[in-house]
Design a protein. Structure first.
Length: 124
């Protein structure tokens, strides 16, 4: 997983979220509320859908575009379960949370590919 996760408040403008994602070369940010608990995830797909609207969305808060209450995994979730969940849900990013539902990381398809690459190299 990638740590620490990029985390923003649910009232952050979409433009700021997109800029943060671009600067950090990531495909998602975790959205949290005042209590620091996960409220949603904003992905490149969500930004693409937002951009397709007729109105100017750049200054609107991310909570209007995020995927609310996303599926999550824990640091102890086996990789096979992570892959299965991503496949079932058709997602490329899963937030990793602690027991209090606070984000500690994000696992992405890119992270999984890195593990597969290491395995291929080890068994050549």
């Amino acid at each position: 997983m990638s740590t620490p996760p990029l985390v923003i408040h649910e009232k952050t403008p979409l433009r700021e979220a997109a800029k943060l994602m671009c600067e950090n070369k990531v495909g998602s940010v975790i959205i949290v509320g005042e209590d620091g608990k996960i409220r949603g995830i904003l992905t490149e797909r969500d930004i693409t859908c937002a951009a397709s609207r007729d109105s100017d969305v750049c200054e609107m808060p991310v909570w209007e575009f995020m995927t609310p209450d996303p599926a999550v995994v824990y640091p102890t979730t086996p990789l096979s379960e992570v892959i299965e969940k991503m496949s079932e849900l058709g997602v490329r990013h899963l937030p990793v949370v602690d027991k209090d539902n606070k984000p500690v990381g994000v696992i992405s398809v890119r992270d999984i590919l890195a593990v597969i690459e290491l395995l291929f190299r080890a068994f050549r």
